[in-house]
Design a protein around this ligand. Structure first.
Ligand code: ADP
Ligand code: MG
Length: 764
């Protein structure tokens, strides 16, 4: 069945070549007991390993049933070892961390036998070698003779046709040796047994053929055999493979023998997981808290509709007027004393809500149970006149952003540079604010009667420009027919009215490069005192008193909190469009319904006709949520570093484990395990550690949330159980832990797989 033809094997040790086998020609019968006899170093072990497919020959050929093995692939050798060969070694080579029974079963698991069949066969062979009473012991609880019987049982278990034994009695006392030899002799009755020994007595007593070896050559053969079977007999062994469950079982048993180290490793690996889990718990809790805040405290915060709705994206990006697309063409903070006209591109044009009667009618159809109140604020703009080519016209104050500048001079000076002239010091002085590129919107320019075709305007064009504020009492006359106040239409007379407050642009300003706040939008800003003068008149004017109990009105720029002024202005009943609507929802769910209702209005409407509302509460919570998420990401990134460090550590520990289990690798290979099965064992081992690390991590994080929550409660009283680890995070983190340790084991596992089985077995 086996035939060796001119086998040569050389070992290279540095420059020197050691010839271990030097042209071996041998053939074996299907059933015989052959002893390979020879002094130490004569090549016996090398020959046996060659026959068993553990080692590769350099020249010649090994024929199995007449089939050449010259072109055998790893996989074929693995199957050959598993199915056709049973190895018995001098030093037993049992896996120490699993039971006697498991040791005998392990070769069969590689050939894919089911557990019932494995157990049946293992018990059979253990019975045969007389160890049926010791099946649950670990190998180190047995005597040398018993251990060798286990090894023989293991060699027999898969019912191979060939048993290879390398000095099986070398480490056993003579009395026990006798029993072992009798057992082997018994086995040789129906198998080919090739046994290596240096003991001539043993060879003579038990073998029916003695092959003597010297310096890698056959020097004698007591019973030679020549069949010369050369053909192409098909040699089909089933492929071997280790099931992942088997790899897990092996690794689990191995880890059990070093519980402490495993636990320490897993604990170290869990630290990053703990960090990430705690950050997730806190972020989860804070977001939940904000959500709750929005549902409860902030639920009755009004939804507001303003002429210029707050653009949430712009609010995130910076102050208004500072995030136009295409700004890159402009020079920022130029030194030149000129103003540039520019036209905003459509995409950045701020939306203007045109609140009209249609919208008010629409609002009146809303379910009244959803809101406490809808407050509509109407405003009267100050009437400001100026002359373009000596013709007085009303200034479109909304377009030029004719608004109050800051009350606080110091704050203004800190944040704005006066590029020319001075800041407004009294009610008669105005300042022109340009953007960071010295630009003014063409709308502003055209309202001031300036063409936008000019490339740039000198600052002088604006300094000294005058305007007149017409007092409320002069601007309106009572229409006898309708009994309502209407605006005076003769602008020449109105312009020359001596009561008017005259205003002059005294300076040009721009936000500083490092300004903390740039919330003033470019345009014309007036001194806050102007309002006082304007109101002093309005308070006593006929129109103010006459229109008591009419519509709510507010004058631009008034602080709404000032109740005295507010009540005064309520009396000003000038028919005008609403400038601001506030809807106060009864609760959070009602607010959601109101939003749906308001959205429905915009359906199918052109962009410019839509009414965009602002839910300040949701903006606040969204922004806060974003901030919390941002902080969480940073913290998670920090924890991730410790995750990586622990992964590297686990990789190193796995490598240590590979070194420790080198012998086991050799044993598994001799039993027919593939390289891939070996790496699988180590991947399984780290996966177990990863699982334990992940589980410990989330468990400790869970335990830590209790003291953390107690601590938070002492600081903020009504924050109960803030940190809660979401259940999805538990699974995710355990998975991540397994994945990371798996990745970290890839290198050591592949090193293990590449170990030479012969070398591995030589380790003691
Ligand atoms: P035996 O089993 O008969 O004592 P071996 O087969 O173990 O002999 O060794 C035969 C020769 O090959 C010896 O000279 C030994 O030193 C050499 N040899 C065996 N294995 C190796 C190896 N891995 N590297 C180098 N030399 C080796
Ligand atoms: Mg030897």
């Amino acid at each position: 069945m086996l035939s060796l033809k001119g086998i040569v094997k050389k070992y290279e040790i540095g420059q020197f070549k050691q010839t271990a086998l030097d042209g071996i020609d041998l053939e074996f019968r299907d059933q015989e007991f052959v002893c390979i006899l020879g002094p130490s170093g004569s090549g016996k072990t090398t020959l046996l390993n060659m026959i068993g497919g553990l080692d590769r020959y350099d020249q010649g050929d090994l024929l199995i049933n007449g089939k050449s093995t010259r072109n055998f692939k790893d996989q074929e050798w693995d199957s050959y070892r598993n199915h056709a060969i049973g190895f018995v070694f001098q030093n037993y080579n049992l896996i120490t961390h699993i039971s006697v029974l498991s040791n005998v079963e392990i070769g069969m698991t590689l050939s894919g036998l089911n557990s019932e069949e494995r157990r049946k066969r293992a018990l059979q062979v253990l019975e045969r070698v007389g160890l049926i009473d010791h099946i649950n012991k670990k190998p180190n609880q047995l005597s040398g003779g018993q251990m060798q019987r286990v090894a023989i049982a293991r060699a027999l278990a898969n019912n191979p046709e060939i048993i290879l034994a390398d000095e099986p009695t070398g480490a056993i006392d003579s009395e026990t040796s006798k029993q072992i030899m009798e057992l082997i002799q018994e086995i040789a009755k129906d198998k080919l047994v090739i046994m290596v020994t240096h003991d001539e007595n043993i060879a003579k007593k038990y073998a029916n053929r003695i092959v003597s070896l010297k310096d890698g050559k056959v020097i004698a053969d007591t019973n030679p055999y020549k069949n010369n079977l050369i053909g192409s007999a098909k040699l089909m062994f089933e492929k071997t493979s280790m099931a992942f469950t088997q790899a897990i079982k092996l690794s689990f048993n191995n880890l059990k023998t070093k519980k402490f180290r495993t636990l320490i490793t897993a604990f170290a690996g869990s630290i990053g997981i703990i960090g990430v889990a705690l950050v997730l718990s806190l972020a989860n809790g804070l977001n939940r808290e904000i959500d709750r805040l929005e549902r409860t405290t902030l639920a009755e915060f009004p939804i507001q509709i303003d002429p210029f709705p707050i653009d949430i994206e712009a609010a995130r990006g910076g102050p208004p007027g500072f995030q136009d697309n295409g700004d890159s063409e402009w020079e920022r903070f130029p030194e030149i004393l000129k103003i540039f006209p520019y036209e905003r591109t459509v995409s950045t044009t701020q939306h203007i809500n045109l609140i009209n009667d249609e919208y008010l009618d629409y609002l009146s159809t809303m379910d009244t149970r959803l809101y406490h109140e809808i407050s509509v604020t109407r405003q009267v703009e100050m009437s400001v006149l100026h002359k373009i080519d000596s013709t007085p016209i009303r200034l479109q104050t909304g377009r030029v952003r004719f608004e109050p500048s800051l009350n606080n001079d110091e704050f203004f000076n800190d944040n704005y540079d006066i590029l020319m002239g001075t800041a407004p010091k009294n009610k008669n002085e105005l300042i022109l604010l340009v953007d960071e590129f010295n630009r003014l919107n063409v709308q502003v320019l055209s309202a001031l009667g300036l063409s936008s075709d000019v490339e740039a305007y000198d600052f002088d064009t604006f300094i000294g420009k005058t305007f007149k504020v017409v007092l409320l009492s002069d601007n309106y006359v009572l229409d006898e027919n309708t009994n309502r106040f209407v605006q005076v239409s003769d602008l020449h007379t109105l312009y020359d009215n001596p009561n008017n407050i005259e205003l002059t642009i005294v300076g040009i300003a721009r936000a500083k490069e490092d300004a903390l706040s740039r919330f003033l939008r470019p345009g014309i800003k007036y001194h806050p005192d102007l309002i006082q003068s304007y109101l002093a008149d309005a308070k006593t004017s006929e129109i103010g008193i006459a229109q008591k109990n009419s519509n709510t009105s507010v004058i631009t720029g008034l602080p709404l909190s000032d109740s005295a002024r507010t009540s005064l202005l309520r009396n000003l009943g000038v028919d005008d469009t609403p400038s601001q609507i506030r809807i106060y929802p009864v609760n959070f769910d009602a607010k959601e319904e109101i939003r749906v209702f308001l959205d429905a209005f915009n359906h199918g409407k052109a962009e410019s006709e839509r009414i965009i509302y602002t839910d300040l509460a949701s903006i606040v919570t969204e922004l806060t949520g974003d901030i919390i998420d941002g902080i969480a990401y940073v913290l998670i990134a920090f924890s991730a570093i410790s995750l990586i460090v622990s992964s590297i550590m686990i990789g190193i520990i796995t490598y240590v484990s590979v070194l420790e289990r080198t012998k086991e690798i050799g044993i598994l290979r001799s039993l027919g395990a593939r390289k891939r099965d070996i790496s699988r064992v180590f991947n399984a081992e780290t996966s177990i550690i990863g699982f334990v690390a992940g589980s410990i991590g989330v468990f400790i994080a869970f335990l830590l949330t209790f003291p953390i929550n107690r601590l938070i409660r002492t600081v903020v009283e009504d924050l109960n159980n803030l940190a809660v680890l979401p259940i999805e995070a538990v699974f995710l983190l355990v998975f991540i832990s397994i994945l990371l340790t798996y990745i970290s084991s890839l290198i050591p596992a592949s090193l293990a797989a590449r170990k030479d089985p012969v070398e591995a077995l030589r380790i003691d």
